[in-house]
Design a protein around this ligand. Structure first.
Ligand SMILES: C[S@@+](CC[C@H](N)C(=O)[O-])C[C@H]1O[C@@H](n2cnc3c(N)ncnc32)[C@H](O)[C@@H]1O
Length: 477
C-alpha cells in the first residue's frame, strides 16, 4: 500500500499535467473511496511521494487523504494561476512587439466577390471552388518597398502569383516596368493571375512591356530567368522580387485541396497537384518516428507523441483518408476541458501546418530559393518576403543575415552576428517604412525587425494577422 498511494498521487499529477483534469478528478475520488474505508496515511509532501507511510487508523485516514487531495487541487489552481499570469505576460509582450513592428501605413483593401468572365472549364471550376478572391496581404507596404527605391523598377519577378493581386498592383504602379515574370505551382492560381496580367499588359504605358508567366516552383527561378530573359539582363539581374508565402484563399477555401481544418476533404495538401507526395501518404505509411518529428518540428505541437501514437494506431483500422478523420483523431487527444473548441482547432491548425510543410518540402525550398532569388537581383535590387508562421520567418531572418555576410562562424560552431553587423536607424523621408537596417558586405537588410500589418488591415482581413514582411537589398556597386 505504501507504494500504491504515492503511485496514485503521481498518476493524478501526471493526468493534470497532461490536461486530463476530469480524469484526474475521477481518479482522486476513487482513491478517496478506496483508502478512507480501511487505511490512513500521512503525507508530508506530494512532490516527494517516497515519504508517504501507511498506518491503520480509519478516522485520521479520511482527513489525511482529503488533505492530500486538496493539496493536489491547490497545486492545479496554482498552476492555472501561473499559466494565466504567463498568458497575460505573453499577451503584453506580443502587444509591445506589435507596436514596434506594426506598419503605420493606411490600408485600402478591396474585396472582390467575382472573377473576370471566362467560359473555360478551369474558370468554371474556380468559380465553384471559391467564394471570394484572395485579398493581397500588406499590399501598400509591398508597393512602398518597390516604389520608394531610388532604382527604377524595370524588371520584376513575382514568385507566388496566387490570384495576381500583388502582381497587378505592381504592374499598374510602374510605368517604367519593361519585364514582368510570374510563377506559381498551382495551375488554378496561375490561370487566375494570367487573365488579370494579360488584360493589364495591353494597356501598359511602356511600349516594350513584356509579361511571362510559368507553372513552376520558385526554387527554379534561376533556370527560368535564364530561359526567358536576354543574357545581358540575366547577368545584370532583376530589380525586384516578391515572395508571398503560404496559401491563397482559393486553396484554403477549396475542401478538395485538403488544407482546411474545418471542411472535410481528401488528405491531399499539395500546392502542386502534379507532385507525388500527399498528406495521406505521410500519415499512413511513413515511419512512426518521422510522423512524430514532423508534428514536433513543423507543427511545434507539444502533444506530438500522443498524436503520433494515435495516428499509428489508426493504421490498424485502415488508416486515415480524409481531413475529417484526422480531425477526429486530434479531437480525441484534446479533451473538452482543455480549451474546448479553440483547443482542438489550434492543435489541428498546427498539425495541418506540419503536414503541409512536409508535403511541399516548404522550409528547405524556402531557404534554397532565398539564396537563388538574391543571386538573381541586380545591384540595388530588392527582395521582399511575406511569411505567415514563425518557422518561415526564422528561416527568412537567418538566411538574410547569412546572405549579407554578417554571420561569422565562431570557434564553438555557433554563429556570431556581432562584429560585422552595422545597425543603422534610417530617417530617409522617401522611405518612411524603413526603421532600422543591417548592413553587410553583400547587401542591406532593410527591416531589422519585420514589418507587420497595420491595425486597420488586421481588422479588415483576418488572414493577414500573422504576416511578417522582410526586405533585403543587394549592395549597389
Ligand atoms: C499567398 S498566395 C499568393 C497570393 C498573391 N500574392 C496575390 O496577391 O494574389 C501564395 C501562392 O504561392 C504559391 N506557392 C507556394 N509555394 C510555391 C512554390 N514553392 N513555388 C511557386 N509557387 C508557390 C501557392 O500556390 C499560392 O498560390
Amino acid at each position: 500500500m505504501a507504494h500504491f498511494i504515492p503511485g496514485c498521487i503521481c498518476l493524478i499529477e501526471m493526468m493534470i499535467d497532461l490536461g486530463l483534469e476530469s480524469m484526474a478528478a475521477k481518479a482522486k475520488q476513487m482513491m478517496l473511496m478506496m483508502l478512507s474505508s480501511s487505511f490512513s496515511f500521512s503525507v508530508s509532501s506530494l512532490s516527494a511521494p517516497a515519504s508517504v507511510s501507511a498506518v491503520r487508523h480509519p478516522t485520521k485516514s479520511c482527513a489525511l487523504v482529503r488533505s492530500a487531495c486538496r493539496s493536489i487541487s491547490t497545486d492545479t489552481s496554482k498552476k492555472k494561476k501561473k499559466k494565466k499570469e504567463k498568458g497575460n505576460w505573453n499577451a503584453k509582450a506580443l502587444e509591445k512587439e506589435k507596436r514596434r513592428t506594426r506598419s503605420l501605413r493606411d490600408c485600402d483593401i478591396e474585396i472582390e466577390e467575382k472573377e473576370e468572365d471566362d467560359s473555360s472549364s478551369t474558370s468554371v471550376m474556380m468559380q465553384q471552388t471559391q467564394t471570394q478572391t484572395h485579398v493581397p496581404v500588406m499590399l501598400g507596404e509591398v508597393l512602398d518597398v518597390f516604389s520608394s527605391n531610388s532604382k527604377p523598377l524595370c524588371s520584376f519577378v513575382d514568385c507566388t502569383l496566387g490570384a495576381g493581386g500583388h502582381a497587378s498592383a505592381i504592374i499598374q504602379a510602374h510605368p517604367e516596368l519593361k519585364l514582368f515574370i510570374g510563377m506559381d505551382v498551382d495551375p488554378l492560381a496561375l490561370h487566375m493571375a494570367c487573365s488579370r496580367i494579360r488584360s493589364l499588359s495591353h494597356s501598359h504605358p511602356h511600349p516594350h512591356f513584356q509579361a511571362f508567366t510559368f507553372l513552376d516552383n520558385f526554387r527554379h527561378i534561376k533556370s527560368l530567368l535564364r530561359q526567358v530573359v536576354h543574357p545581358d539582363i540575366f547577368s545584370s539581374g532583376v530589380d525586384g522580387i516578391l515572395m508571398d508565402l503560404g496559401m491563397s484563399s482559393m486553396q484554403v477555401n477549396n475542401p478538395e485541396r485538403g488544407f482546411s481544418v474545418l471542411a472535410n476533404g481528401p488528405l491531399d495538401m499539395r500546392m502542386d497537384p502534379q507532385a507525388s507526395l500527399k498528406a495521406e501518404d505521410i500519415l499512413n505509411s511513413w515511419p512512426d518516428i518521422e510522423v512524430g518529428r514532423i508534428l514536433r518540428d513543423y507543427g511545434e505541437e507539444s502533444n506530438w507523441w500522443l498524436l503520433q501514437n494515435k495516428i499509428i494506431q489508426a493504421r490498424l483500422q485502415g488508416g486515415l483518408h480524409s481531413t475529417g478523420e484526422l480531425v477526429d483523431v486530434i479531437r480525441s487527444v484534446n479533451p473538452r476541458t482543455r480549451g474546448g473548441r479553440q483547443g482542438w482547432v489550434k492543435t489541428a491548425t498546427r498539425v495541418f501546418q506540419a503536414l503541409r510543410i512536409a508535403v511541399n518540402d516548404e522550409l528547405k525550398t524556402l531557404e534554397d530559393s532565398l539564396y537563388a532569388c538574391f543571386d538573381c537581383l541586380a545591384p540595388g535590387g530588392r527582395l521582399a518576403v511575406i511569411s505567415f508562421h514563425s518557422l518561415e520567418d526564422r528561416i527568412v531572418k537567418q538566411t538574410f543575415l547569412k546572405i549579407i555576410d554578417c554571420c561569422m562562424e565562431s570557434g564553438d560552431g555557433s554563429e556570431d552576428i556581432g562584429d560585422l553587423r552595422k545597425v543603422k536607424s534610417d530617417n530617409n523621408q522617401n522611405e518612411a517604412w524603413i526603421r532600422q537596417t543591417i548592413q553587410g558586405w553583400n547587401g542591406t537588410i532593410l527591416t531589422k525587425r519585420p514589418l507587420t500589418p497595420s491595425e486597420k488591415e488586421e481588422g479588415l482581413n483576418r488572414r493577414c494577422r500573422s504576416a511578417k514582411l522582410r526586405v533585403i537589398q543587394k549592395v549597389r556597386r
